[in-house]
Each structure stands twice: as structure tokens, then as C-alpha cells.
Design a protein around this ligand. Structure first.
Ligand code: IMP
Ligand code: MG
Length: 208
């Protein structure tokens, strides 16, 4: 597996390998394709963070679909969610009557997703679903329902595979987490378990 990386003096250690990400993305795309057979959904990527996941996911989708993008304000150069969400780029597609699938890299506080949900539902879609690669279950401050979840992760700050720290490291092929401040932290343990509350009846992978 890859080595640790240092960004702005902070050390990040490997958390989810490229192989695991690939397998999970494929499984999510298969499930989404199955659930939307007979429809032409619009996949809406949330820029910038979701662009890598988005590109990989839709290439594994086997039904007809359309794509569009939204851009929200980011955390800036910090590692903490400010809850201050602003729309920087609106959609170009028509939402009314369409099956909408929001594609996010990570749901942390859930405040961005609350904002997106309100924005989309105002425009009367036929259906509304959310897929997120990562879900910081313990950090979520809303009870938003996530339809498809790649991995449930601890509250650690993560980078790579589209996720940035101060706009850097989006091009890493694997996902890394901020190393614990104390040096007794052991590697992440990966298990597959039935998804817990908020993620429906599907399975998600939980990292602890
Ligand atoms: P939320 O509104 O707190 O759920 O945060 C949503 C957005 O913040 C995500 O779409 C990411 O772009 C960014 N974000 C949240 N947690 C992390 C992280 O651990 N690393 C990098 N970006 C993050
Ligand atoms: Mg994002």
C-alpha cells in the first residue's frame, strides 16, 4: 500500500486502497443501475470533491443517464466544516419531473446535503436520491437519508480520490486520513456490515 503523505506539515496515512475503492464504486453503480432500470436519471456531481468518484461511478453505470454539476462553497483551507454553504454554480438541467441522483464525495456535517436537497426538491423532481462515497456518520448534524453509501468512516479528516486539503492532493489514487496526534494509532480496520440507521437496508463498509 501507498506511503504516508505530508501536507502543510500534517501527516496523512493510507486508509482505503485503490482496489477497495474500485470494487465499492462498481458495486454502487450496479445497485444504482438496477434500481433505475427503465428511467434516464440525471447524475448531479457536487464540485469539486466528487469529480473523481463521479467519473468512475458513471462509467460503471449500465443504464442511459445524463450528467450535470453543482458547485458549493468549500471549507476554504481549513479542516473543519463551517456550515456556511453557498451556491457557486447552479445546475443547467431541468429538474422538474426527472429522476435526480446527487453524487457526493463525502457527507460530513450533512449541511451541504441539506442545502442541496432543499434546492432540488423546490424544483419538483420525480425522484431524489443521494449517493456518497464516504459518510462520517458520527459527525452528521442532520437526519438526511443517504440512499447509497460507499464507506462509513470515523470523523478523521481525509484526502485523496478527489478530496482535498487546501486544494491539494485531489489526484491521489487512494484515500488517506489525518494521522492521530499520538503515535500509538494503529492502522484502520475494515469490515463489511449491514448499513446502520440512515443508510437504508443496503450494506456499507465501515472503517474504524
Ligand atoms: P458537510 O457539509 O459538512 O457535510 O461537508 C461537505 C463537504 O465538505 C464535502 O462535500 C467535502 O467537499 C468537504 N469535506 C468534508 N469532510 C472532508 C474531509 O474529511 N476531507 C476533505 N473534504 C471534506
Ligand atoms: Mg463534496
Amino acid at each position: 500500500m501507498a506511503k504516508a503523505v505530508v501536507v502543510n506539515g500534517d501527516r496523512f496515512i493510507p486508509m482505503i486502497s485503490e482496489r477497495r475503492i474500485k470494487a465499492r464504486v462498481k458495486a454502487l453503480a450496479r445497485q444504482i443501475s438496477r434500481d433505475h432500470r427503465g428511467t434516464v436519471p440525471v447524475f448531479i456531481g457536487v464540485l469539486n470533491g466528487s469529480f473523481v468518484f463521479f467519473a468512475d461511478l458513471i462509467r460503471e453505470v449500465t443504464i442511459d443517464c445524463e450528467v450535470d454539476f453543482l458547485k458549493l462553497s468549500s471549507y476554504g483551507d481549513t479542516k473543519i466544516s463551517t456550515g456556511n454553504v453557498r451556491l457557486l454554480k447552479d445546475l443547467n438541467c431541468q429538474v422538474e419531473g426527472r429522476d435526480i441522483i446527487i453524487v457526493e464525495d463525502i457527507v460530513d456535517s450533512g449541511l451541504s446535503m441539506e442545502y442541496i436537497k432543499t434546492l432540488i426538491l423546490r424544483q419538483n423532481p420525480r425522484s431524489f436520491k443521494i449517493v456518497t462515497l464516504l459518510y462520517k456518520k458520527e459527525a452528521v448534524k442532520s437526519d438526511i437519508h443517504l440512499d447509497y453509501v460507499g464507506f462509513i468512516i470515523p470523523r478523521d479528516f481525509v484526502i485523496g480520490y478527489g478530496l482535498d486539503y487546501a486544494q491539494r492532493e485531489r489526484n491521489l489514487k487512494e484515500i488517506y486520513r489525518l494521522a492521530p496526534a499520538r503515535s500509538d494509532g494503529r492502522g484502520s480496520r475494515l469490515q463489511t456490515v449491514p448499513a446502520a440507521a440512515g443508510t437504508g437496508k443496503r450494506t456499507a463498509q465501515i472503517l474504524e
